[in-house]
Ligand binder design. Structure first.
Ligand SMILES: Cc1ncc(COP(=O)(O)O)c(C=O)c1O
Length: 431
C-alpha cells in the first residue's frame, strides 16, 4: 500500500499513472460520481436507481454508488456480501437471478433482504418456503419475458426463449400459478430486455414495451404493483475512448410514458425503478499494462502486453460483451499510431490471448505503459482471471486526485470439509 499517500492527478490525466506498479485497473471515484449524476438526471427524480453489481463489484465502487443514493441489485452471495459491507440497508437490496440455490436465498433472508426477483412459479414457491422458515414475508418482483424481442446491441433477454423471467403468454394464460404465496407477495414486476442500447429512442421504445407488458400482467394477476423495475440497458463505451451518451431528453420521455401506462404513478404506486451497471461505471475505469515484447512475425508487428484476456475482454468471446476493439493509448508517448496492423497479444500461453489482430498502435517499446480507457464496467470481473494462473492486476482507487486504496484479488484454493458448509451460501458443502 506504499502508493496510498501519494497525490495523483485525476485518473483521466494519464501522465502520472505510469508510476504505478502494473498491470493495474484504476477507478476514479470523481468520474464515477459524475456518471451517477448524469444517469440520475436522465431518469425522473421520483424513480429509484439500482446499481447492478455485476458490472463492477469493487467495494469502493459499490460504496460510492450506495452513498450517492443507488440501491444494490445483487445476484450472487458474493455480490450480496459486498453490498452489505458497503453499508446498504438490506431492505433496499434487490436479489435477482434466474436460478437461486436454497442456501443463498436463506442467507439473503437471514441478512434482512426482503426483495427478490423471481422467474417462475417455482421461484415464488422457493422464496415462500424459505421466508416462512424464518418467519418473514418477502416481496417478489415477477420477472417477465415480454412478447417482443428488444433491440439491444448487446444481449437480448426478452421475446426469445430464455431462462430469464416467465413468458408473458404463460402469465396471462395461467395467472393463478403466479399469484402471491402466503410468505412471498407478488409486489411488482421486473423487466430487463437487453443491455447496451445506444440511443434515447431505443431506450424509450424498450421502456414502452416493458410498460405494456407490465400492465397486461398486472391486470391478469389483479395486482396493484408497488414496485415496477423497468431495467435499463443504458449504453456506454467499452475499451474505446469517448464519453457517455448524453440522455438529455430521456427523463421527460420516460415521464410521458409512465403517465400514459400507469397514470398517477407520481402520486401513488407503483414506484418505478431502473437498473444500470455499465453506464454508471464504464468511464471511471482504465487498465494500465506494460509492454513485455515488441517484434515482427511474418512481416506483421506484434506487441505483447502483461494483460490479456485474463484481465480484460475474456467474456467478449462468449458474446457477453461487445467485441473487444481496444483503444490503446501510450501513457508516455504521443498517440501517433505508427505501428499499423499490429497483433496485440497478452502474455497467456494460448493463441486465443489476442485483443486485436490488426490494431493501429502508438510507437511502443518494451517497458512502455499503455492505457485502455473506459473499462470500469465488465473489466476485471468479466475476464478469464483464473485461466493460466497469473496474478490478478492491482486495483487502484483514486478519489479527489489521491490514491485511496490499492488491492489485489487473490485466487486461493481452500479445502471444504464434507459437512462444514460454506459461508457463500452453499450450506451442504457442495461445490
Ligand atoms: C437483470 C439485469 N440487470 C442489470 C444488468 C446490467 O446491465 P448494464 O450493465 O448493461 O447496465 C443486467 C446485465 O446483464 C441484467 O441482466
Amino acid at each position: 500500500m506504499a502508493e496510498t499517500s501519494r497525490q495523483l492527478a485525476p485518473a483521466t490525466d494519464v501522465a502520472e499513472l505510469d508510476l504505478l506498479e502494473t498491470p493495474a485497473y484504476v477507478y476514479d471515484l470523481d468520474e464515477l460520481r459524475r456518471s451517477h449524476a448524469a444517469l440520475r438526471a436522465a431518469i425522473p427524480p421520483e424513480t429509484r436507481l439500482f446499481y447492478s453489481l455485476k458490472a463492477n463489484p469493487h467495494p469502493a465502487v459499490v460504496r460510492a454508488l450506495c452513498s450517492a443514493g443507488c440501491s444494490p441489485e445483487a445476484c450472487s452471495p458474493g455480490e450480496l456480501e459486498v453490498a452489505l459491507a458497503a453499508g446498504a440497508s438490506p431492505d433496499t437490496i434487490l436479489y435477482t437471478g434466474p436460478g437461486k440455490r436454497d442456501g443463498e436465498v436463506a442467507a439473503a433472508l437471514a441478512a434482512g433482504v426482503r426483495w427478490f426477483s423471481v422467474d417462475s412459479p417455482a421461484g415464488l414457491d422457493q422464496v415462500d418456503r424459505l421466508a416462512a422458515s424464518v418467519g418473514a414475508t418477502a416481496q417478489c418482483l415477477l420477472r417477465l419475458n415480454g412478447r417482443s424481442a428488444g433491440t439491444a446491441q448487446g444481449l437480448t433477454m426478452t421475446g426469445v426463449a430464455s431462462q430469464f423471467g416467465a413468458d408473458e403468454t404463460w402469465v396471462l394464460s395461467q395467472p393463478r400459478q403466479f399469484s402471491s404465496r402466503p410468505r412471498a407477495e407478488v409486489a411488482g414486476f421486473h423487466l430487463y430486455t437487453g443491455s447496451n442500447l445506444e440511443s434515447e429512442a431505443a431506450l424509450l421504445a424498450q421502456f414502452e414495451a416493458s410498460l405494456a407488458t407490465a400492465r397486461r400482467a398486472a391486470r391478469a394477476l389483479e395486482v396493484e404493483p408497488r414496485l415496477l423495475d423497468l431495467g435499463g440497458g443504458f449504453g456506454a463505451p467499452y475499451a474505446r475512448a469517448g464519453a457517455l451518451l448524453p440522455l438529455d431528453g430521456l427523463a421527460s420521455g420516460i415521464a410521458a410514458l409512465l403517465g400514459a401506462w400507469f397514470p398517477g404513478w407520481r402520486r401513488r404506486q407503483p414506484l418505478v425503478a431502473f437498473e444500470s451497471g455499465r453506464y454508471l461505471t464504464a468511464t471511471c475505469g482504465s487498465l494500465l499494462a506494460r509492454v513485455l515484447d515488441v517484434k515482427r512475425s511474418h512481416g506483421t508487428p506484434v506487441v505483447v502486453l502483461e494483460s490479456g484476456i485474463n484481465h480484460l475482454g475474456g467474456m467478449s468471446g462468449l458474446r457477453r460483451l461487445p467485441p473487444l476493439v481496444p483503444d490503446v493509448q501510450s501513457v508516455a508517448a504521443a498517440d501517433d499510431s505508427s505501428l499499423r496492423g499490429a497483433i496485440l497479444a497478452g502474455p497467456l500461453c494460448t493463441p486465443l490471448d489476442v485483443w486485436a489482430r490488426s490494431a493501429d498502435l502508438p510507437d511502443l517499446e518494451i517497458g512502455d505503459v499503455v492505457r485502455i480507457p473506459n473499462v470500469g464496467a465488465y473489466g476485471l470481473c468479466a475476464s478469464l482471471l483464473a485461466f493460466l494462473s497469473h496474478p490478478a492486476p492491482r486495483e487502484v482507487v483514486v478519489d479527489g486526485g489521491e490514491i485511496v486504496d490499492v488491492s489485489r484479488l487473490q485466487l486461493v484454493r481452500r479445502g471444504l470439509e464434507a459437512s462444514a458448509g460454506d459461508a457463500n451460501g452453499y450450506p451442504d458443502g457442495r461445490q
